[in-house]
Design a binder for this molecule. Sequence first.
Ligand SMILES: NC(=O)c1ccc[n+]([C@@H]2O[C@H](COP(=O)([O-])OP(=O)(O)OC[C@H]3O[C@@H](n4cnc5c(N)ncnc54)[C@H](OP(=O)(O)O)[C@@H]3O)[C@@H](O)[C@H]2O)c1
Length: 305
Amino acid sequence: MDDNRELNIVTGAFGYSGKYITERLLARGMKVRTLTGHPNHPNPFGDKVEVAPFNFDNPDALAESLRGATTVYNTYWIRFERGDLTFNRAVRNVETLIDAARRAGVRRFVHISITYASADSPLPYFHGKGVIENFLRGAGIAHAIIRPAIIFGPEDILINNIAWSVRRFPLFAVPGDGEYRLQPVFVEDLADMLVNAGQEVENIERDAVGPEIFSFNQLIRTIARTLGRRIHLLHVPPTIALAFTSLFGLVMHDVMLTRDEIQGLSHNLLISHDPQTAPTHLSKWLARNAATLGVSYASELAKRA
Ligand SMILES: NC(=O)c1ccc[n+]([C@@H]2O[C@H](COP(=O)([O-])OP(=O)(O)OC[C@H]3O[C@@H](n4cnc5c(N)ncnc54)[C@H](OP(=O)(O)O)[C@@H]3O)[C@@H](O)[C@H]2O)c1
């Protein structure tokens, strides 16, 4: 094996977006090491990808695991707080990672954020992402900040579980009027953008959004039409929708939708005001994947076990 290959780090190479980033880096002849909270999970890349633990509590060991790398691709984040892993803790973890990358001599840090990340946001998810963006801008390391709105692909949770529900129930409870909009991006397009951003030299910040914008109502109807189902949308106050999905989550042993996610949606935070940056149409992808979409429920908590 060629030992002169450039070493890249991907956090979460066995996860959702991290898997696609890793595939692309390997295809470009890079050597990849992943940092993960599950170093003992089966490694789908075999000996093509080295594995190291996150080591957020041991910054020196973390920096050591980054030494020799030119670029870090960071997917690490949490969807919701659980136990002692709060959003503040996740922010500190990413700041520790950025600082370790700088100390280890990494040239470029490519970070996945979210549309409308802002330290001024009252929503913990968007606030935490905004705090990290500010930290990265001042960290003294070349960087790219890529902001997807909502990601779709075979391993997706939200769109898959909407389809799962549409396949089983004639009613769909929509938080509020459902006229708020979202602009999904295909996971493979996102991975292309990230890996291309890793090759650039200047600091860049870009939204990662596809060519279609749906209202939430349109999204549910598009999924139902694609699956050949009739669906009645029941518009309920967001608090009722949250109570309903929390109850449903208890039954499914999962967290289906969080308060942050409902508020992010209903405040139109999952779209971009910039031109589209990714080519794949969700509607066409849904049609191509109608046979498998929503057949099984995708559980976030089972994924994290
Ligand atoms: N999915 C979306 O629709 C969406 C939309 C906008 C922005 N984003 C952002 O895109 C990035 C990648 O998202 P993704 O869906 O591809 O993520 P993912 O694969 O589920 O997870 C990415 C990384 O975060 C770690 N992680 C996730 N949840 C965790 C938890 N509760 N506790 C500890 N570690 C956790 C994973 O650890 P392991 O390696 O141990 O699995 C993995 O290393 C994230 O920064 C996310 O905020 C996602």
